[in-house]
Write a protein that binds this ligand. Structure first.
Ligand SMILES: Nc1ncnc2c1ncn2[C@@H]1O[C@H](COP(=O)(O)OP(=O)(O)OP(=O)(O)O)[C@@H](O)[C@H]1O
Ligand SMILES: [Mg+2]
Length: 339
């Protein structure tokens, strides 16, 4: 629930190397997060100004509310920026669905002199990084009060009496407010989705909270072209991994469409994509290996389009070197598709 954080800062004193590093943040973010280009400038502006030390000295370095449906890149944005700016670090994450009770404040900041709470335990001794509070709309109102204090003063007092300084931190909140409604706006332009979500956010979250957050950013649903781009990136990574294990593979084009279909979910977005890519590609190679083959060749969909199969490369005896290898089906069935 609370993940580790790397404390080593990347930017200290604004030296040339650090400026170069900051300059590359937008392209880094654009490479990782597909189909959300509208947010890149705003996200990078807050983080860059924060790293240059321009934030108010008594406030967090920056703060965001990322709103949108599931699996569209909100958490991945925070993960990417954190890893980039904090030397491979991860955000310290809290899921607000676990903080819905009045006692949740104590869970965060402790309830006795010898209990620093989960925030204390994660942050004592850590000077810089990102905090991620998911599903902020679910937090108990007293927890929201704590957030107000964190955003306003960049410090909180733990039950132990210790003071946590948050001036080196970015506070990131995420929310799914308005998602169900915008799911029904399938063909609406993104500007009206953005307007509707912003309206619902203002109805649900207190103005004091919204007023203290640097940027409220609405994420778009992923269209087919974006889903495909995400899928292709994941296929590339998985093929590289399998190649490193000695499996020389290529794909026919039906495989990408198959994996986009299996990996994208109407309400979960691209969340199942990586699992689907890994499972179907690995299953095809596994079936080939279990059938006694070396596990290299061309992956393709089976005749029913239900699974992936590996076809062994057949080298014709008189094949010219510039002629592509033909592939013969290796298995009649492949690995049965899982539910
Ligand atoms: N826009 C995107 N670009 C690239 N990968 C994405 C994108 N959106 C989602 N993914 C993939 O899906 C996974 C889940 O996305 P992410 O954790 O960012 O969802 P989320 O928007 O935070 O959803 P939730 O509201 O459910 O927390 C990511 O780890 C990533 O692999
Ligand atoms: Mg998330």
């Amino acid at each position: 629930m609370v993940s580790e954080l790397t404390t080593k800062p990347n930017v200290d004193g604004g030296g040339q190397a650090d400026i170069d590093h900051l300059r590359r943040l937008p392209s880094q973010l654009g490479q990782s997060i597909k189909g959300q280009n509208h947010m890149i400038g705003r996200v990078c502006s807050v983080f860059t100004r924060g790293e240059l030390g321009f934030a108010h000295p008594r406030r967090p370095r920056g703060s965001f509310l990322f709103v949108g449906p599931s699996g569209v890149g909100k958490t991945e944005t925070v993960n990417t920026v954190t890893a980039y700016l904090f030397n491979g670090g991860k955000p310290v994450r809290f899921d607000m669905s676990e903080y819905q009770l009045q006692s949740s404040v104590q869970k965060l900041i402790g309830e006795s002199r010898d209990d620093p709470g989960l925030l204390g335990r994660a942050l004592i001794g850590v000077k810089r990084g990102t905090l991620l509070f998911d599903e902020v709309e679910k937090a108990h109102p007293l927890v929201l009060d704590l957030f107000l204090q964190m955003l306003e003063d960049a410090r909180i007092t733990l039950a132990t009496g210790e003071m946590l300084e948050l001036t080196g931190f970015y506070l990131n909140f995420t929310s799914n407010i308005g998602s169900e409604e915008t799911m029904r706006m399938e063909n609406a332009p993104f500007a009206s989705v953005e307007r509707t979500v912003s309206m619902r956010v203002r109805e649900r979250l207190r103005p004091e909270l919204l007023g203290r957050i640097n940027e409220v950013i609405v994420y778009a649903r992923l269209n087919y072209a974006t889903q495909r781009e995400i899928c292709e990136g994941m296929i590339g990574a998985e093929l590289a991994r399998l190649r490193a294990l000695g499996h020389d593979l290529d794909l026919d084009s039906s495989v990408v469409e198959f994996l986009v279909r299996e990996g994208y979910h109407r309400t979960l977005g691209a969340r199942p994509m990586r699992g689907a890519v890994e499972r179907y590609l690995q299953d095809a190679v596994t079936a080939a290996l279990l059938a006694g083959d070396a596990g290299s060749g061309c992956i393709t969909t089976d005749a029913h389009g239900e699974r992936l199969v590996l076809r062994r490369a057949e080298i014709a005896p008189n094949r010219r070197s510039d002629e592509p290898a033909r592939h013969v089906p290796l298995l009649s069935g492949g690995v049965p598709g899982r539910p």
